[in-house]
Each structure stands twice: as C-alpha cells, then as structure tokens.
Design a protein around this ligand. Structure first.
Ligand code: SF4
Length: 253
C-alpha cells in the first residue's frame, strides 16, 4: 500500500513507456516498479533465496499477478462492474492480431537477423579481447564496441515487442470512440509504444554505424541490418506520426 509520501515520490506510469533498462535509468528513485522489484530482491536475499531461480521467478510473477488482480477487482467494484460476468473467451478471440502487418513482419525479421549478427559480433569481440591481452589492439576501441553490442542486444527484441503493441493499439483504436489525445485510448498507448520502439531504433542505428566503421569484415552483415533499421524508423514515423508529440511520463515532461 502506498502512503502520501510514496504517491508524491513515484511518477504514475513511468515504467509503461521506458526502455526497461533499469541499470542505466536515472529515474529509479521515481519508479514504483523499480522500487517493488528492488524490495522483492532484497527480501529474497534476506531469506537466502536466489531471485533468478526459476521457482522464485514464478512465485514472484504469481504474487505480482495477484496484486494486479486485487487492484482490478477493487477498481471494478468502485465502477460497478462485475468481472465474473465478463466473457473473457469472447474478448480473447476478438483481440487484435497485427502479425500480417508489413511493419510487424519487418520488425520480427530484424529481431532474428540481429540475433544471429550478435552471436557473430560476440565471437569477434572475444577474439579481440584476446588480442588486446596479447597487446595487439587498442583497448578503447573494444570498450566502445562492447557498449554497441549491449545497445544492439538490449533493443533488438524490444523493438519488435513495442511495434507489436503499437500495432495492436492502433487496430483496437479503430473500434473505440476515444480520441487520440485521451490518455485512456488505445491510440495514445500505441503512440507511446511506438515512441519507445523509435528510441530503440535510433540508438541501434547509432550503435550499428559505429560497429560498421570499426570493422570492415562486418560490412556485409551490418549493411542489411542498417537498411532494415532505417526502414523501421520510417515505418514507425509513417504508421504512428503521433509518437513525436507523445510525452513519456517522467522522461519528456
Ligand atoms: S522507469 Fe527506469 S527504473 Fe523504472 S522500469 Fe523503466 S527503466 Fe526501470
């Protein structure tokens, strides 16, 4: 349960439109999700448990699901909605499915290709580290490339996930009466998800370009990825022009 201090301290919904890279986030003190996860980790440590153990992860997920369900029930009760009367199967069968959308296909293709490229890059970096240890390569170079590896790695799946969510939101918005500016509308969420995808794409483009400049032998691997990323940036801009004005809580306002 949050007290008044917590309500002022935490920015509502900040974790909905961030890139979830908490180790690098400068808003951890204002983020309720980070706070909850850190508290959970500390509790596990105190009990001598490994928070990465699969059984513990499942237990945490279960608890978190129960918490969300409780909140949902409370909210539904206040609004006079009977959750048990809702036909969930009918809702699931009507969920938007954007898997045939060209942007969706492109994002998933990029994810698979980037994954293969990362394996190759990982091996080359390891070889270079051995060379550095033998005194043959500049150490600063490899530190920058390791950073690029982390960036490409962090975003390559998230871009596809966020584009999927944005496309779902856009499809659902076609059935809604809310306007795009209504923060409860699916289009609002779609623009927010598109903005996160766009942010990841721009960072990826920069990282790929640095790796391209660093190693000639990787040009044939990187150029198709750069073309894909460029295409995805254009696709996101075209499909979700509203993402440019979207204000991510805590980051853009
Ligand atoms: S806002 Fe920052 S701390 Fe919170 S989930 Fe996102 S990246 Fe992590």
């Amino acid at each position: 349960m949050l007290n008044n201090y917590d309500e002022e301290r935490f920015i509502p919904g900040i974790y909905n439109y961030c890139d979830r890279w908490c180790e690098r986030c400068n808003m951890t003190q204002r983020c309720l999700l980070y706070h909850k996860n850190s508290r959970r980790e500390m509790e596990h440590r105190l009990k001598g448990e490994d928070s990465h153990d699969w059984d513990i992860v499942l237990q945490d997920l279960h608890e978190s699901f129960q918490e969300t369900l409780e909140l949902l029930r409370k909210h539904a009760e206040e609004e006079g909605i009977d959750l048990d009367a809702i036909d969930t199967e009918a809702i699931i069968s009507e969920l938007a499915d954007p898997s045939d959308h060209p942007l969706h296909i492109k994002a998933n293709k990029y994810m698979d290709d980037a994954h293969k490229f990362l394996e190759k890059l990982h091996n080359i970096i390891n070889e270079d580290i051995e060379n550095i240890n033998a005194g043959n390569t500049l150490a600063e170079d490899i530190e920058e490339i390791k950073e690029c590896f982390e960036v490409i790695s962090w975003y390559h799946m998230q871009i596809a996930t966020k584009i999927h969510r944005a496309l779902c939101g856009k499809m659902e918005a076609e059935e809604e009466e809310y306007g795009e500016s209504d923060e409860f509308s699916s289009m609002h969420d779609a623009n927010g998800s598109a903005k996160v995808a766009h942010h990841g794409l721009i960072r990826t483009m920069d990282a790929l370009t640095k790796v391209y400049e660093w190693n000639k032998s990787l040009h044939n691997d990187i150029m198709p990825l750069l073309i894909d990323v460029y295409g995805l940036i254009n696709g996101v801009d075209r499909e979700f022009p509203g993402h440019k004005n979207f204000k991510r809580p805590g980051f853009d306002e």
